[in-house]
Ligand binder design. Structure first.
Ligand code: CAA
Length: 257
């Protein structure tokens, strides 16, 4: 399928999606959402793919939702379209997806990175929720996800002042999992995704589901949910293989990967 706003490649067992609206610093409009979902769903349906990487350009992962697309919308337009609700579909993807962020990840860009399963950032990355400077507030999850990532005080600081946080601060406060030199960003993200894609896919998908559940439920319910998933993995040959490989001091050869 031909896309206008993204580039799509397969690197071994990894699906790589690159946001590609350079003239608008990868601002996220409806077309980007439609294409991103189509590409990600195609990778989800492809049994050869075990993990995804989402990235942007050196200058911008994404500089936010497309301000020019929103500028003239009325309350009625926004309400009837339930504007931004389509991005929730992105969070329903079941295979792991790593955000590889260089340059600006602002507004919806920061929010999209947080919708991924973890963020690897280049030392050039800059995160922010500058919506307040536009007379609005985050609308793709920033007030909720950023608060869970970095805590109330820093989330308030970011959402109320609209200031940017550099990559070092983002790593320090737990927004990003790894910080790498800009030149190594894609390689590091692809290496991490390839490693994940080498494991048992059902186990990987259940690990993602279990961690995500921790945001939705109480500790007791979450622990029970985790345990049930854990039990269910004993129905897969990959559990037998993984544990046999450990006992026999060899590497595992998982069927479902
Ligand atoms: N929407 C639409 N167009 C955007 C954009 C956005 N979010 N961000 C940048 N662009 C466009 C600019 O309008 C410009 O286009 P033209 O050349 O046609 O004028 C082009 O991208 C390059 O941008 P700049 O000339 O501004 O580049 P810069 O290097 O001087 O500045 C920047 C970079 C600091 C990121 C600046 O572009 C900027 O502040 N962008 C907006 C950031 C922002 O406010 N994001 C939040 C958007 S609202 C949102 O995301 C809501 C939500 O919760 C989902």
């Amino acid at each position: 399928m031909a896309y206008e706003t993204i580039l799509v490649e397969t690197r071994g067992k990894v699906g790589l999606i690159t946001l590609n609206r350079p003239k608008a610093l990868n601002a996220l409009n409806t077309e980007v959402l439609t294409e991103l979902l189509a590409a990600a769903r195609a990778f989800e349906a492809d049994p050869r793919i075990g993990a995804l990487v989402l990235t942007g350009s050196d200058k911008a992962f994404a500089a936010g939702a497309d301000i020019k697309e929103m500028q003239s919308q009325t309350y009625v337009d926004m309400y009837l379209a339930d504007f931004f609700s389509g991005w929730e579909d992105f969070t329903r993807l079941r295979k792991p997806i790593i955000a590889a962020v260089a340059g600006y990840a602002l507004g919806g860009g920061c929010e999209l990175a947080m919708m991924c399963d973890f963020i690897i950032a280049a030392d050039t990355a800059k995160f922010g929720q500058p919506e307040i400077t536009l007379g609005v507030i985050p609308g793709m999850g920033g007030s909720q996800r950023l608060t869970r990532f970095v805590g109330k005080s820093k989330a308030m600081d970011m959402c109320l002042t609209g200031r940017m946080m550099d990559a070092a601060e983002a790593e320090r406060c737990g927004l990003v999992s790894r910080l790498v030199p800009a030149g190594e960003l894609i390689e590091e993200a692809l290496k991490a995704a390839d490693k994940i894609a080498g494991f048992s896919l059902p186990a990987v998908m259940m690990a993602k589901e279990a961690v995500n559940r921790s945001y939705e439920t109480t500790l007791g319910e979450g622990l029970r949910f985790e345990r049930r998933l854990f039990h269910s993995l004993f129905a897969f040959e990959d559990q037998k293989e993984g544990m046999a490989a450990f006992a026999e001091k060899r590497s595992a050869n998982f069927q479902n990967r």
